[in-house]
Ligand binder design. Structure first.
Ligand code: UT7
Length: 333
């Protein structure tokens, strides 16, 4: 049976760190509130005005190609999950293709907010499982600082910039992506959104005055849904694959809030020592969080390790993926 497996990971983080202490100078907030309510201590920010999501996605992909020892010409398709594309069109994937010089690839962007990476991974895996492609680049990248209102304390402390990339290739071995669940429910779209700049509210002086080009979130409302949905979907994927907490090597959760992650881990019956966490250092990088976790924990992973990936985000979108890791440790480390 031909399965799709993650065979390499790469990542990119801007060097500039914004600590909670720095945030205290921008809005009425404090380190203690941010840490206890979210688990975040600092986040990264891409300050260079000439660089955006495609730059971070390209750098993540370059690291991955180097680690895997292949060239850009070997790539068949590029899928970029993002809600902060460099521009409305062309796609960020097109810019990444050009930056890399991936001469044989096609590609597109996928918009599913914080679940974007998981949805892109499912899509990329399907292209490989079907036999259509051998090497698909799946990237989660967001320059959240480009759509954050740094006068709104309820959102600005939460988000950061970053990108992670994985390579998806076929395998005949007992590893790779085994199962996934994806969900979307648009009835709550207005609780987490950015309405300006699209075809409904094109950019105008009025749209700028009404602050429509910034992310808007009713955090408390999103929190209630996220806790339930992420835990439900993770429990469901475990149940239908006959997994118990003991079988899972790592939960790889979207990093929006430590309390949401904690609730999901409890429901799955796994301790926090088996949860990939980097929210403290990077905040919520939207489509970047899960591949950034994989990059951070890569050296601890062994072939055959059971991982459950889970995410919840704007749309609402949510999902979970069960995979068996396909290689040992960190190549070149
Ligand atoms: O990744 C996409 C999905 N997004 C999420 O999963 C985010 C889900 N939501 C959350 O993570 C949490 O709801 C937040 C972290 C956004 C907020 O935490 P909370 O415990 O739900 O706080 P809250 O919104 O209920 O606000 C509690 C209080 C409010 O004050 P009052 O109304 O009780 O006087 C807020 O105004 O905390 C206040 N507050 C702040 N105080 C200091 C809100 N933001 C801040 C802040 N610093 N940055």
């Amino acid at each position: 049976m031909r399965r799709a497996a993650i065979t390499a990971v790469g990542h990119f983080l801007p060097e500039d760190r914004v600590t909670n202490a720095e945030m205290e100078k921008w809005v009425e907030t404090n380190d203690e509130w941010i840490r206890t309510r979210t688990g975040i201590a600092e986040r990264r920010m891409l300050r260079d005005p000439g660089k955006a999501t495609a730059h971070m996605a390209t750098e993540a992909a370059r690291t991955l190609l180097r680690k895997r020892g292949i060239g850009a010409d070997d790539i068949d398709a590029i899928i970029v999950a993002t809600v902060t594309p460099d521009m409305m069109f062309p796609s960020t994937a097109a810019l990444v293709q050009a930056n890399l010089g991936a001469s044989k690839a096609w590609g597109f962007d996928l918009s599913a907010a914080c679940s974007g990476f998981l949805f892109a991974l499912s899509t990329g895996a399907s292209l490989v499982e079907s036999g259509r492609h051998e090497k698909v680049l799946v990237i989660g990248a967001d320059k959240m600082s480009s759509i954050i209102d740094y006068t709104d304390r309820t959102t600005c402390v939460l988000f950061g910039d970053g990108a992670g990339a994985v390579l998806v290739e076929p395998t005949e071995e007992d590893c790779g992506i085994i199962d996934s669940i994806e969900r979307v429910d648009g009835s709550n779209w207005s609780i987490l959104c950015m309405t300006g700049g699209g075809s409904l509210h094109p950019s105008t002086h009025e749209s700028v005055d009404r602050r429509l080009h910034f992310l808007h979130q009713d955090g408390r409302h999103v929190f209630r849904y996220a806790v339930q949905a992420m835990a439900d979907v993770s429990a469901e994927i475990m149940e239908r694959n006959g997994l118990t907490g003991d079988d899972v090597r790592f939960l790889v959760p979207h990093q929006a809030n430590l309390r949401i992650i904690d609730a999901t881990a409890r429901r799955m019956g796994i301790g926090m020592d088996k949860v990939m966490l980097n929210i403290e250092r990077y905040g919520n990088t939207t489509a970047g969080t899960i591949p950034l976790c994989l990059a951070d924990f890569e050296s601890q992973l062994r072939k055959g390790d059971n991982l459950v990936l889970a995410a919840f985000g704007g749309g609402f979108t949510w999902g979970s993926t069960y995979l068996k890791w396909a290689y040992d440790g960190k190549p070149g480390a």
